[in-house]
Design a binder for this molecule. Structure first.
Ligand code: GLA
Length: 407
């Protein structure tokens, strides 16, 4: 057990590092990402004042007794697939007990992303190692997230002393990055998001280019960095553990037009002799979308292409897809009992589809643990959202009880 004063100094260090990550991440984020996320990680909030006061708070200041008294989410779903959570380093302390009880695997929310990890050519592994060491200690396999993404990538990568880096230098740096990451975490990472969100959202265009924020595409002059990333990651993995799986990860995979493009990319890569094992559906979904049928169709179609499938970043926004397009965010706020009920029904519906397709799914990872720490409180604008299974005070929500089959 960690004593209280050691605990608090570790907490302060973790919070300090979190703010550094937050600041460096924010500096790397293009401002107008159209359809997905800002990776902002807010500092943890204090427990809400209406949290039950009868039970002693846990060492994190939150009362986890109700959450810990429930059957384990991970154990409940073990016959189907394992359940993961994406976390920041400070959460290994703040929700460490919840992670051990309810989750079977981990993803670093930001700590393994290139920008926060290597703001200069000298990388700092402290944040990523904190999570990897927690995973090692508790025997939780990890997803490596993500080797190549157009956001949160350090500017130095694309330049040398004279200006734009040459193709040769870019390729060598990419190789070094892939080897460094895959080797360092080879004992704990069983699958890598090798490339994240490289496909275009624009009609008639396959790859995201500079006009959609991809410095990778602009610097390499075309999409060859995707092939190189998979080749280097494979070579690095094979040197340690050939069973490590390499994924392409993206949002809107449930939309046929996006999926068609992803499949085209996979076919072209495979034709060129590149091994790509699977596709991650991020799963940033909402209470009203996408339909269960669309989720199932996506899983089946990817499997038919001999791809492994995982749900890599699951959360369920209480705002509708139309709320996004029409920008009427605040009007979509629901009263809390109705909201809880809708969220529960929706999670149960989603997991019915996932359970039915268990033989097609590698694992399911939530993008967060509790509503006090979710990117959806910050994107696309600052507002409260309620997308996870534990509320702001870390109390289990009806949605969790629904998934556990308790109500
Ligand atoms: C994308 C990225 C994640 C995360 C989320 C939301 O889905 O893959 O790493 O940044 O956006 O923050």
């Amino acid at each position: 057990m960690v004593g209280p004063s050691r605990h608090w100094s570790r907490t302060l260090i973790a919070l300090g590092s979190l703010l550094v990550i937050f600041a460096s991440a924010a500096a790397c984020i293009p401002k107008n990402r159209p359809d997905a996320s800002t990776p902002a990680s807010p500092p943890p909030s204090t427990p809400s004042s209406n949290a039950p006061s009868s039970n002693a708070p846990s060492s994190s200041g939150f009362d986890h007794s109700a959450a810990l008294a429930l059957p384990s989410l991970q154990d409940t779903f073990a016959p189907y697939f394992s359940i993961g959570a994406a976390i920041e380093p400070y959460q290994t302390i703040q929700v460490g007990d919840l992670l051990q009880k309810h989750f079977g695997r981990l993803t670093t929310e930001n700590a393994m992303k290139f920008g926060p990890l290597c703001p200069t050519m000298r990388c700092n592994f402290t944040q990523a190692d904190t999570i990897a060491n927690f995973a090692r200690e508790h025997r939780m396999p990890m997803t490596g997230h993500a080797l190549v993404w157009h956001q949160m990538v350090p500017a130095w990568f694309f330049r040398d002393e004279k200006g734009a880096a040459s193709l040769e230098l870019l390729s060598e740096r990419l190789r070094a990055h892939a080897f460094q990451m895959v080797e360092r975490y080879a004992d704990v990472v069983d699958n890598w998001d090798v490339v994240n969100e490289a496909i275009s959202d624009q009609a008639g265009k396959l790859y995201r280019d500079g006009s959609e924020g991809s410095t990778w595409y602009s610097a390499f002059g075309d999409e060859r960095y995707v092939r190189l990333a998979f080749e280097y990651a494979r070579a690095a993995a094979d040197a340690h553990d050939p069973s490590v799986k390499l994924y392409y990860n993206d949002y809107n995979v449930v939309k046929p037009e996006k999926r068609m493009k992803i499949l085209q990319m996979v076919r072209e890569l495979r034709k060129a002799g590149v091994r790509i094992d699977g596709v991650g559906l991020q799963g940033h979904w909402g209470v009203t979308w996408p339909s269960a049928a669309d989720i199932e169709a996506a899983i089946l179609e990817l499997r038919a292409e001999n791809l492994e499938v995982k749900i890599s970043e699951l959360d369920v926004s209480v705002y509708g897809e139309d709320d996004h397009e029409k920008k009427v965010w605040q009007a979509a706020m629901l009263d809390s009992a109705e909201l809880e009920e809708r969220l529960k029904k929706r999670y149960v519906e989603i997991f019915e589809v996932l359970k039915r397709n268990k033989q097609h799914l590698s694992h399911v990872t939530f993008w967060g643990v509790s509503d006090d720490h979710t990117w959806l409180n910050y994107w696309p604008l600052r507002r409260d959202n309620y997308p996870l299974l534990f509320d702001r005070a870390h109390q289990p929500k009806p949605a969790l009880r629904g998934l556990l089959g308790l109500d």
